[in-house]
Ligand binder design. Structure first.
Ligand SMILES: [Zn+2]
Length: 373
């Protein structure tokens, strides 16, 4: 969600920065190999937002359906429109995409096309974070909304082989009314979609204490949903503790500031609570100053289960493949290390055991095949 950003703290330029200067020819060849390996690697994506995944191609299609919007429909103009400049710009883009999602058919198109983009990156399984409140408060019928995402989910699995599951998240900045509405949509058996597996909390952390959401998480957990709040992205480690204690988090969205608290790192490692790390997003939002200063190394060193994710990829000028490339550089990973990282996401997912076994086997088969002499 956009509102967690402080637009005045805009960081101009590409969010992908911090590469060492003066790569040698061997480095370049190695990087090419790693990129090619990543492109074919079967993957799971656990932290990616629905509207935040709308690529210029998808936005062009939506804009063509609503000619009265100010969003360009020409793909080249859109590519410019999407080029990351600063947060004010990011928020403009995000809100203009929200404004294009007006009907259940728009919701279906967005969801199905996001799955196509994931499938192209060999994402076999994705938990897509959806904020249903944004659509229902804009007048989209709730049952039609659920039908639209479910229809897209089934089509994507049949046609692309990508399994989608949903995380419904509370937009924290919208207050307790939004929390109540999101909880109702996520727990009422007559409304909640079959693909729903988890319950989240996004939006700003500053001024939005986690403990107030406890009653809503209690109801979602009682209804069988898993708890995956954002925490410790723009505030300190206490927010992560709050997410663990009050919201019974089973995974943490970002959790970046956990690195400041050795006890917390030990707790996350001991209880196998994974972090959903989104490196480029952390730079774009200034949660971390540069990629080289990203605490991912500390997480791994402390034995925390780290997963790599993309958050709002087209809007941050990234995609999941690029996030794996960033992680490979920061953690100095070869192909086997990348395969292990991909398996972390499978392990940390809420997919059933049979599904997990299948993707792990795909990762092993791919890696063995690629590394064969
Ligand atoms: Zn997020």
């Amino acid at each position: 969600m956009t509102d967690r950003f402080d637009a005045s703290a805009a960081a101009p330029g590409s969010p992908v920065s911090g590469a060492p200067a003066g790569p040698t020819a061997a480095d370049a060849a190695g990087a090419r190999d790693v990129h090619a390996f990543i492109a074919g690697l079967p993957k799971a994506e656990l932290h990616v937002h629905h509207v935040g995944s709308a690529s210029p191609r998808i936005v062009a299609e939506l804009a063509a359906r609503h000619p009265d919007s100010k969003v360009p429909t020409d793909p080249e103009a859109l590519a410019d429109y999407f080029t990351f400049t600063d947060f004010a710009h990011f928020i403009d883009v995000y809100l203009s995409v929200v404004d294009l999602i007006r009907t259940p058919e728009d919701v279906r198109l967005l969801t199905y096309e996001v799955a196509r983009d994931l499938a192209r990156q060999q994402v076999r399984y994705a938990e897509l974070t959806i904020t249903p409140y944004s659509s229902t408060r804009r007048g989209i019928d709730e049952l039609a909304f659920m039908d639209a995402i479910e229809d897209a989910r089934k089509a994507a699995e049949a046609e692309f082989g990508t399994v989608l599951r949903w995380c419904f998240d509370i937009p924290g900045e919208a207050g307790l009314e939004a929390a109540e509405e999101t909880t109702r949509l996520a727990t009422d058996d007559r409304i909640r979609p079959e693909g729903l597996v988890s319950f989240g909390l996004g939006g700003p952390e500053i001024g939005v204490p986690r403990p107030q959401f406890k009653p809503y998480f209690d109801r979602a957990i009682a209804a069988g949903l898993r708890s995956v709040p954002h925490a410790g992205e723009t505030t300190g480690p206490q927010t992560v503790w709050d997410a663990l204690t009050h919201l019974r988090a089973e995974r943490i969205g970002h959790g970046t500031s956990s690195a400041q608290d050795e006890k917390l790192l030990a707790h996350l490692a001991e209880h196998r609570i994974p972090l959903e790390v989104c490196p480029t997003s952390n730079i774009a939002t200034r949660a971390v100053r540069t990629l080289d200063e990203h605490p991912i190394k500390e997480f791994v060193r402390a034995g925390v289960l780290v997963t790599i994710n993309s958050d709002d990829p087209p809007m941050f000028g990234t995609d999941l493949d690029n996030e794996y490339a960033v992680a490979a550089r920061l953690l100095d990973l070869d192909e086997r290390g990348l395969a292990a990282l991909a398996k972390n996401a499978v392990d940390a997912s809420f997919l059933d055991e049979a599904g997990k076994t299948r993707i792990r086997a795909d990762i092993d088969a791919y890696t063995t095949d690629r590394l064969a002499p």
